[in-house]
Design a protein around this ligand. Structure first.
Ligand code: SF4
Length: 667
């Protein structure tokens, strides 16, 4: 497939971009002191060489009050040499480079700025930090705006091709724009015209600082998705006013960090917020960039071809595969490792103050250490097991020049990842399998499915090396009654091997148990197609539709021993999982231990004594145990054997893929 729209050049003021793919700014955690590091340069150079048109670096704090010292700082001249080396290196790789000007206002935690109180338009408590900022005094406003302009001038001096003013996501400029956070009585508060003033004056000052030809981008929220906040209507009016102020492009994203509408997780359908960019595009003449959950060049091409936006941002998509643009341009779209929106390697790491990496790309952030080089000696490699660890190991080994065969006992590749297929909002996990399979095929790996690799088979194959990636099997705890016929495994439920009764108790409240509960609670609710049909034909009232969407025909209870359920789910996604479980009416019991299963109930020990929960089916989601028996059977027939992934110790897909990657690299 060709992508003529995606790969057509576009001019943004004086900056000519070779294509319509933009890597938007993302905090990566590679600059612990605020100065540009080799890690950051290596990361972006790899993306630049991969063919992206424009890389936006940041957020770059414009002052000491609205960011963290671990971001890519631009608030002082001492940062300019590092920024210059970064900008030069990115441009040498072929992309243009832009600095995002960041001031978070009330989203800044006082602990991040030496205990000082963050400022905002008004003293309105931030749900994100739990703190109340102070309102900027009228006499301070011009000074803050000047910091934006000074930072823009530094970016220009450091050789950046453009700057982006960050006016979205609930940061300082949006705090002035929104009636939720702007309660001012002066000329910066009240009417929309007044609330826009702060951002417009920032744009005007930045323009004066960089001159008429220098590109200025603005990132805006297409809808705050906050009750009582600005919608796409106000966003359009703000964009029109900014256009009059002389900016050059709008990068349109979704809502604020505080919103309860998910923005970036797997629950967000692909291209979900393109309509917000389209709304802005209809109201301005400037080019518009669509953002959020665009992870496939085919969809990106459609967005531009259909006139919904002029360009697309692919941020996590380029963490996942730096070669995304070049692979699409050169007929290798089927080998792109697409971002699956899991956030496990990127945002979840950032929230734990760790550098970003990626579930599908373990090299992200370690570009120099983990370079995939040709092997010194070509080997015949046999990988046993077609789950994520085995598939990744086979891909890396084949890329290094080894002759690789992968054997899978089932008739499908993917292992445990396939269990996500039927869980509402989790289907994108299987994209990782699709992409690994695409690469296996491209790299010429021989894949044998439905084959059990026993000692005789392996002896016949005569490999130099065997990688055992045989995964894990469900574990069964020693609970009285666990062998009763209505006790089933979560794996069997999710793979469709068994059905369940009306009243279901799920034993185990980690990710596996909660996902299973989500699947079960969704049974009997209407599908998105049916919802669309009913809405389009105004067939039911909104209340009836909500009922049909939220009420399935199973009564689901999750029982978890620990004090909290879902502890193995990353911070960025956990709240969305609980929101979905709540919406679907799932009961979750914590600090609760199943002591006995009877033919129609589960007895649970709780702080308040033993409770009996009626159950037609009991679903066990109590973990798994490694399957590694093959390794003991290969003594004497293979000299090099490695066990990888869950066959070593059951863990999550991020760990499995990383271990597969490292095994492929070590051969
Ligand atoms: Fe995408 Fe997950 Fe990788 Fe983040 S960790 S870039 S969400 S695939």
């Amino acid at each position: 497939m060709e992508f003529p729209y995606l790969f057509s050049p576009i001019k943004i003021n004086s900056m000519e971009l070779k294509n319509r793919i933009v890597m938007t700014a993302m905090h990566l955690g590679y600059t612990p002191e605020g100065f540009v590091t080799d890690q950051l340069v290596d990361f972006y150079v790899e993306r630049s060489r991969g063919g992206v048109g424009l890389i936006i670096v940041g957020g770059c704090p414009i002052d000491e009050y609205g960011g963290m010292s671990s971001m890519v700082c631009i608030n002082d001249d001492r940062y300019i040499p590092g920024l210059r080396s970064l900008a030069g290196a990115v441009k040498d790789g072929g992309a243009k480079v832009c600095a995002q000007l960041y001031q978070a206002g009330r989203y800044t935690h006082s602990a991040m700025i030496g205990g000082r109180k963050p400022f905002s338009a008004s003293a309105v408590r931030s749900k994100l930090t739990g703190e109340t900022p102070r309102a900027l005094e009228p006499g301070e406003i011009a000074g803050v705006q000047d910091r934006f302009a000074e930072a823009a001038a530094r970016a220009k001096e450091a050789g950046f091709d453009a700057v982006e003013i960050l006016a979205s996501a609930g940061y300082l400029i949006s705090q002035f724009l929104s009636p939720i956070t702007n309660k001012r009585q002066d000329e910066y508060g009240g009417s929309l015209e007044n609330r826009m003033r702060f951002g417009l004056e920032v744009a005007a000052k930045v323009r004066r600082a960089v001159g008429p030809d220098y590109p200025i981008l603005v990132r805006i929220a297409g809808n705050e998705f906050m009750e009582g906040g600005n919608t796409n209507h106000e966003a359009c009016l703000f964009a029109q006013a900014l256009e009059r102020e002389g900016v050059d492009l709008f990068n349109v994203t979704g809502g604020w960090h505080e919103t309860r509408v998910p923005q970036l997780t797997m629950f967000v359908p692909r291209k979900a917020y393109v309509y917000l960019a389209s709304g802005i595009k209809r109201s301005v003449a400037l080019p518009v960039l669509a953002s959020n959950r665009i992870n496939d060049p085919r969809e990106a091409e459609e967005i531009i071809r259909n006139g919904e936006a002029d360009m697309v941002t692919v941020a996590r998509g380029l963490i996942a595969d730096p070669e995304f643009p070049d692979k699409a341009r050169t007929g290798r779209a089927g080998t792109i490792y697409r971002c699956i929106g899991c956030n496990q390697g990127c945002f979840d790491n950032i929230f734990r103050f760790m550098p970003a990496t990626c579930l599908v790309n373990p090299r992200a952030g370690r570009e120099r250490d983990l370079e995939i080089k040709p092997a010194d000696k070509k080997k015949k490699v046999l990988v046993v097991g077609g789950g994520p660890a085995g598939m990744k190991a086979a891909c890396v080994a084949a890329r290094r020049g080894h002759v690789v065969t992968l054997v899978e006992k089932e008739n499908r590749l993917g292992g445990q990842i396939l269990l996500n297929e039927r869980i509402p909002g989790r289907g994108e996990m299987t994209t990782a399998v699709e992409d690994l399979a695409g690469n296996l095929s491209y790299l010429g790996v021989e894949v044998m499915m439905g084959v059990k690799a026993d000692r005789e088979f392996i002896e016949g194959m005569n490999p130099d090396t065997v990688l055992i990636a045989t995964g894990a099997r469900p574990d069964l705890p020693d609970i009285p009654g666990v062998d009763l016929p209505h006790v089933v495994q979560a794996w069997d439920v999710l793979s469709g091997n068994t059905g369940v009764g009306k009243r279901v108790v799920v034993v185990g409240g980690n990710a596996g148990g909660l996902d299973t509960a989500l699947f079960l609670a969704g049974i009997g609710t209407i599908s998105s197609d049916v919802l669309h049909f009913l809405v389009a034909n105004r067939a039911e009232t909104i209340d009836t539709l909500m009922g049909l969407l939220n009420m399935g025909n199973k009564q689901v209870t999750v029982v978890e021993m620990a004090g909290k359920a879902g502890q193995d789910i990353g911070l960025s996604s956990r709240w969305t999982v609980f929101a979905e479980l709540g919406r679907l009416g799932v009961s979750i019991m914590t600090n609760s231990r199943v002591v006995r299963i009877t033919h129609d109930a589960v007895e649970v020990e709780t702080d308040a004594g033993v409770k009996v929960i009626a159950a037609d089916t009991v679903v066990m989601a109590t973990g798994s145990r490694s399957v590694d028996d093959l390794k003991h059977k290969l003594n004497g027939i293979v000299s090099e054997i490695h066990v990888i992934g869950d066959a070593v110790r059951p863990r999550n897909a991020l760990e499995a893929i990383k271990e597969g990657f490292m095994a492929g690299l070590a051969l």
